[in-house]
Design a protein around this ligand. Sequence first.
Ligand SMILES: [Cu+2]
Length: 354
Amino acid sequence: MNVLLIFSVLILIAIAIWQVAKIFELSQGKKVYTQVADDNDNNLNGKLMLGFLFFIYGITIFSFVSYGDVLLPKAASEHGSDYDNLMWISFAIIFFVQTITQALLHYFSYKYRGEKGKKALFYADNDRLEAIWTIIPVIVLAGLILYGLYTWTDIMTVEENDEALVVELYAQQFNWKARYAGEDGVLGDANVRFLQDFEGRNLVGIDATDPNGFDDVVVQELHLPVGREVIFKMRSQDVLHSAYMPFFRAQMNCVPGMITEFAFTPNITSEEMRLDPEMVAKVKKINKIRAEKSKELTAQGDTALDPYEFDFLLLCNKICGASHYNMQMKIIVETPEAFAQWMAEQQTFAEVIQ
Ligand SMILES: [Cu+2]
């Protein structure tokens, strides 16, 4: 409703300005107005073209300086550097071409602006020029596409193997659960129909008649051992969700009725990431904002915010409903020993349903 009101007001203001301009025009009786641009118009527009060029360069530099630190953080998985290289090379090519073409476009618009008595040269075509600006982009784009395809295949191919840790990610409005395959390394069958069994203790609908499921472990905080491949099998209970783990350069849709897969190898533990200088600076910045907010809150008699500590997160990246923004699960990457110790403390499905 507010948007509609603001929109109506803007339209009314625009009409008012237009009417005032018309009255002003009529009051200047002597001057002759034509629809044809004269030298003054051309000069003004030519300079505006140049001005716009500096404006877009300026805003690009401003964006890099101000928002550069909210680009993707340091990668924490083995394929992360391949992904980042692809992105930075694409960025660099686009940036280079964009900078040059915009300069040519705007500078020539200025240089060859209209002038009384000056006539444009009729120039039909130039085969050599056309060949150059067709062949160079073809080579560059083909190279980029091939490079992208190879990187994509490398990252997306999931090869089943005995060494990998198999983890199921279970999405529902609005939370995540994770299931480990247990000692047998096989996830038990599961189906949304079994969710109501065992008075709500069957959190991801494991089929109690499938023996593979007895040693499965369901948790609400994801632990991963560093340096070991993890194969994720993703399911959704209700609507489309998307499992997004930005630090691991991983994202995959979770689709009701099917299992989607993604695999990666985490290569930095949560502890190590907390000590990374870039992360230390980021956490410091966040805590400064939180401290200021806390001051406001305590002044109003509310409780202060706890200081933030870094953790990897699994987020939902599909707008899946009202609490989508808060659909997240903590991911802890730790040494294999710490992981084994944590796993030993978890209850298996058989223990949960006893
Ligand atoms: Cu979601």
